[in-house]
Design a protein. Sequence first.
Length: 187
Amino acid sequence: MIENNKNRYLKHQKLIKACKRGNKKAQFEIYKLYYSAMYNSCIRIVKDPIEAEDIMQEAFLKAFNKIDSYKAEVSFGAWLKRIVVNNALDFLKKRKLELTEINENITVFEENEDTISDDKETIELIKTKILELPDGYRVILSLYLIEGYDHDEIAEILNISSSTSRSQYSRAKKKLLQEIQNAKLTY
């Protein structure tokens, strides 16, 4: 297992070096390796498959144009994901995404751990309900839960305060749970 990871790492590094030299075959290999993950990250943010595809393509072009700035301080995938996420967020900002600044008093929503089960139907319901959330809520949930950013990183990406990120996340989680419960009641 460790040997496989080492080989994969060496292969990626070789491809990245070739990309830095402008090798189109290497760029295509990187694209094939990361396309699916980057598309999924993008679609969770913008919700529109066509827009997500365009945004992702632009992100890859930007990454290849700026590949000399990649210093391997983080994994290439993390570096690329940051570009994709930023492009998706820029798209939403152009659509006038506005997160409401709130005061420092944050109401914490405590969820009941029995609320969500692990069955496939519920998982599909959750995915559907996340996509139906307003842009601000959906973006915060996606960045925090799915992409793994912390609130300080989200605050930096969205140019908001950490407390706003936490509050929006709390509100989004509460709204999502309400939507899931309402949907289950109608079944």
